[in-house]
Design a binder for this molecule. Structure first.
Ligand code: BGC
Length: 759
């Protein structure tokens, strides 16, 4: 821990004692395997050991490259154990052949890739997938990706990204599950199960990588790579849980982040990497750095050269150097000079070998299956289902949706209507635009089959100020029964890594196009393709139907047409709060109350008296989200009975001991005339506690299908896992409290029920 402020270490360690111990993944706990690893490490030279601790991009770069290209020679010398961004059975097998046949110890290579929302079969972007609130579906989608990737030699994905993101400006909010740690944890585990399958050694399993450890999503000002300051309780309560869930599900690898966390870069942070992840959580896999994040310790200022950067990173617990060219050239000398003990290197090498053994690479180094060209029909079906479940209907005034297609003319307008590449969002894996069915293609087919007609007009481009396409768009709307606008953010430019935005409006002149088309007087359906919440204030007042559709993947057109035409109903729910103004960011539902909450104050106008003024508010905007976390409509309506609890008193001692639990339930009724897929949500609040607790916290959810007119009682259990929190002594316990619970359709509604939790 040389060179790190002890104050920070001791503050963060306060929580270690009471931490939940998690069982190491089965593959990390096998005595026979451990002796194989020890025996192999003993045979390795120092240079060969260091070789296992470096990885380089051998394909299209996903960051600023090192300029190295001598990978074949390095592999033959046993000085390179892993490559990424290289795919295809022929290519990976050819590199593997060098490792197996030419290197002294024949240790197989591991091939990695960013498979973020699909390999060839591209699913909706992760933020969209999170809006399904459907862990089983996420698991199936991840398994499809694993199956396709492993066939092409890739046995390691840099996914899931489990960074909690509470700031819509941050471009990488698109890559995660949104703002909530409970949902984020459930989906993190689902991704890992899907990628890693029943056994890592199955040929179609791939190793997951939980990233970016940790706090990357809290980038100040939402600007990518920026500094984060996260106090230890918040870190434990909000940012670490999804990582722990990934680990509990068996995640074989972790990636250390770019950001500095409380003044210590995450890729040189002994507290998070060694103390928490490796010691407290007993993680047995390995940690890779992010792309050049070890080299970036130099501009961050904690290292003056690559040797110092390598020393700090390896001592902190980063096992593998991705693209920094710091470990390769410097670790051997650092060991020889005594600056890094060889035992530290041995431990890291053991971790890398453990994952390679667990994947079965020593027995089956080559990809034996042949690549499949194209997409299996059942995988396309799953991609379509995922997209349909991810769409969030934000407004549907007067039942504009679904569109009754028969004999109708639909104006289809906007730059997203026929752009296949955009549908793949950011991090498209090995997806191909030719696999995408656009909304234009599908809608024409479907309308023609219903004796209807589509008039298409692009209207504008993402980056232009020219309105020369407006006239055609307005004419199309005038000549139609209804106008569907497909607008949004240019995915490669404005979303994902290095895609932060200071403005959250529709880019370019799309807002002007929307207003011009709306003025034509026909009913308007607005589809928003984005990787983050956008500000939709004008639309929320003037456009009768609005649906957030993210970037839906290869089945964009069929999924959108199904939902627009009513063959299926939208059932996604927001996993991030949609703001009214950028100035509200970071905006998240599970915030703390102030001593002067604005409850009951009309915030729609500037304060007019003391009661309206001296509350926690903006003088020029409301506090609330325009569309809150958990929100989403469907084509039916569902009523919720008051929330009921099994008991109104409980004991903290019994809850902590695991001998007590509460049951919370509500009756739901489909009061509409169409089937409803409802995401039922359980929220809690605790007061009278030693530390401030959020105004609401999600502690359970379930997706149910209710036929019209039918009712169902939905029941949740609250026990220690849901009720404990990091208290004033940094112990993770259930405290005596007044507990309020809601079963609700989103984070702002539901009828509360109370429970007193005594000693
Ligand atoms: C990103 C990671 C990614 C890595 C490898 C980095 O720039 O931050 O999320 O896994 O590149 O492509």
């Amino acid at each position: 821990m040389r060179g790190f402020p002890t104050l920070l270490v001791s503050t963060l360690l306060m929580g270690v004692v009471a931490a939940q111990s998690s069982p190491p993944a089965a593959w990390g706990n096998n005595p026979e395997l451990e002796s194989k690893i020890d025996a192999l490490v003993k045979q390795m030279t120092l240079e060969e050991k260091v070789g296992q601790l470096v990885t380089y991009s051998a394909g299209a770069p996903t960051g600023p490259g090192t300029g190295r290209n001598d990978y074949k020679e390095m592999i033959a010398r046993g000085q390179l154990g892993s490559l990424f961004n290289i795919t295809g059975a022929d290519q990976t097998n050819a590199m593997q052949k060098i490792a197996i046949e030419k290197s002294r110890l024949h240790i197989p290579l591991l091939f990695g890739l960013d498979i973020i929302h699909g390999y060839r079969t591209e699913f909706p972007v992760p933020l969209g997938v999170s809006a399904t609130w459907d862990p089983a579906l996420v698991e199936r989608a991840a398994h499809v990706a694993a199956k396709e990737a492993s066939r092409e030699g890739v046995r390691w994905t840099y996914s899931p990204m489990v960074d909690i993101a509470r700031d819509a400006r941050w471009g990488r909010i698109i890559e995660g599950a949104g703002e909530d740690p409970y949902l984020g944890s459930a989906l993190a585990a689902a991704y890992v199960r899907g990628y890693q399958g029943a056994k890592l050694s199955d040929p179609d399993s791939i190793a997951a990588c939980a990233k970016h450890f940790v706090g990357y999503g809290a980038a100040e000002g939402g600007r990518d790579y920026n500094t984060t300051e996260i106090p230890s309780r918040l870190l434990r309560q909000v940012y670490l849980p999804p990582f722990q869930a990934a680990l509990d599900a068996g995640a074989a690898t972790f990636m250390s982040a770019f950001n500095s966390l409380n003044g210590v870069p995450a890729s040189a942070n002994p507290v998070t990497l060694s103390q928490i992840l490796k010691k407290e959580w007993s993680f047995k896999g390995f940690v890779t750095s992010d792309w050049n994040s070890i080299g970036e310790l130099i501009p961050q200022g904690v290292a003056t050269d690559h040797a110092m950067a390598a020393q700090k990173a390896i001592l902190a617990g980063v096992d593998m150097d991705m693209e920094s060219n710091a470990y390769g050239p410097h670790l051997v000398d650092l060991v020889k000079s005594g600056a890094v003990p060889e035992s530290v290197i041995d431990e890291s090498v053991g971790r890398v070998l453990r994952v390679k053994f667990a994947l079965g690479l020593f027995d089956h180094p080559y990809t034996e299956t042949t690549s499949q060209d194209g997409i299996a029909p059942e995988d396309a079906d799953l991609a379509r289902k995922a997209a349909e479940e991810s769409f969030v209907l934000l407004r549907n005034d007067g039942g504009v949706l679904p569109i009754k297609a028969n004999g109708k003319t639909v104006a289809l307008i906007g730059p997203m209507a026929d752009d296949a590449g955009q549908m793949l969002g950011s991090w498209g894996g090995k997806s191909q635009a030719k696999d995408v069915i656009t909304l234009r293609t599908e809608l024409i087919k479907r309308l023609e089959a219903a004796q209807g007609h589509v008039i298409y007009a692009k209207g504008t481009e993402f980056r232009t100020t020219s309105d020369k396409g407006f006239a055609d768009a307005v004419t199309a709307a005038r000549q139609s029964d209804i106008a569907v606008l497909a607008l949004g953010e240019d995915a490669p430019w404005m979303t994902g890594e290095a895609g932060s935005r200071a403005h959250l409006d529709l880019p370019g002149n799309q807002q002007a196009l929307l207003e011009a088309v709306a003025a034509a007087g026909k009913p308007v359906v607005l589809l928003i393709f984005s990787g983050r919440p956008l500000i939709l204030n004008w639309a929320s007042q003037h456009v009768p139907a609005i649906m957030e559709v993210w970037y839906p993947g290869i089945q964009a057109g069929p999924a959108l047409a199904n939902v627009l035409l009513g063959d299926s109903a939208p059932s996604g729910r927001l996993t991030t709060s949609f703001p009214r103004a950028v100035g509200q960011e970071p905006l998240y539902y599970d915030h703390f109350n102030t001593g002067r909450p604005a409850d009951g104050v009309d915030l729609s106008h500037p304060p007019t008296n003391d009661k309206e003024k001296y509350v926690s508010r903006y003088v020029d905007e409301q506090n609330s989200a325009l569309y809150p976390f958990g929100y989403g409509l469907t084509y039916s309506t569902v009523s919720y009975s008051p929330t009921t609890v099994s008991t109104t008193t409980a004991s903290a001692k019994d809850l902590n001991a695991g001998s007590a639990k509460l049951t919370v339930s509500a009756e739901l009724r489909n009061t509409g005339s169409r089937p409803a897929d409802e995401v039922v949500q359980l929220y809690i609040r605790q007061t009278g506690t030693s530390v401030v607790r959020p105004v609401r916290e999600l502690k359970g959810f379930r997706r149910i299908t209710l036929p019209p007119g039918q009712s169902q009682r939905v029941e949740f259990t609250l026990a220690a896992d849901e009720l404990r929190f990091w208290n004033i002594d940094m112990k993770n316990v259930v405290e005596p409290a007044q507990l309020t619970v809601w079963i609700a359709p989103d984070s702002t509604r539901g009828t509360p029920a109370k429970v007193t939790i005594g000693q």
